[in-house]
Design a protein around this ligand. Structure first.
Ligand code: C5P
Length: 205
């Protein structure tokens, strides 16, 4: 059983994907983390994330980098969004994601292009979204809890810029795949969002 969960940043897709994996007893891959590792590696190399050659070289990042807490930062998210526009970067990360998706027993993957590129044959597809205001508020609370000094306005502007880049890029843009169920989490708490996601997946199986 393959479950594809796509959506913009801070939509709740990561939380939902993790909960679906636990509920259905299959492993979970957060594919954004791979792009974040590439973005972080470009930074560590002193490279330019907008240069395809620099970004491609960074796809051979060491496995240990996936555990770096810095991967979760807004700065690394921004770098990830810039390296992810390069087709060569996406191709370099393709086999790893497809192998994860196609492992015996199934898997849950979350990202931007799971239902469109990585696993169009997924048994269940969710497109998780929420308003920019709701997503910015969530991100704001998370960051404040970590003691980061940010404003909601700055986060909103950053999210909107990242959405625009993800939705308008030529290769694997963020779109709701044909057959994907739409889940808007703007007005839902964690429990309600997870329950709605489980119900939508079960309907598709
Ligand atoms: O989901 P997350 O915010 O961790 O993703 C970081 C960035 O990586 C996104 O803004 C997007 O540009 C890129 N990404 C992607 N394809 C994926 C997952 C993430 O292009 N499957």
């Amino acid at each position: 059983m393959i479950i594809a969960v796509d959506g913009p940043t801070a939509s709740g897709k990561g939380t939902i994907a993790k909960a679906l994996a636990a509920h259905f007893g299959v492993p979970h891959l957060d594919t954004g983390l791979l792009y974040r590792a590439v973005g972080r590696q470009v930074f560590l190399d002193g490279g330019n994330p907008d240069d395809p050659a620099s970004a491609l070289a960074a796809t051979t990042f060491p496995e240990g980098l996936l555990n770096d807490p810095e991967l979760r930062s807004e700065a690394t998210g921004g770098l990830a969004s810039r390296v992810s526009v390069h087709p060569a970067v996406r191709t370099a990360l393709l086999a790893r994601q497809q192998a994860f998706a196609n492992q015996p027993g199934g898997a849950v993957l979350d990202g931007r292009d799971i239902a469109t590129v990585i696993a169009p044959h997924a048994h269940a597809k969710l497109f998780v979204t929420a308003s920019v205001a709701a997503r910015a508020l969530r991100r704001f609370m998370e960051m404040r809890k970590r003691g980061e000094d940010v404003t909601r306005e700055a986060i909103e502007a950053d999210l909107a810029a990242r959405d625009e880049r993800d939705r308008t890029r030529a290769t694997a843009p963020l779109v709701q795949a044909p057959g994907a169920a739409l889940l808007d989490t703007s007005a839902l708490g964690r429990e309600a969002a997870v329950a709605a996601a489980i119900a939508l997946v079960e309907k598709q199986l």
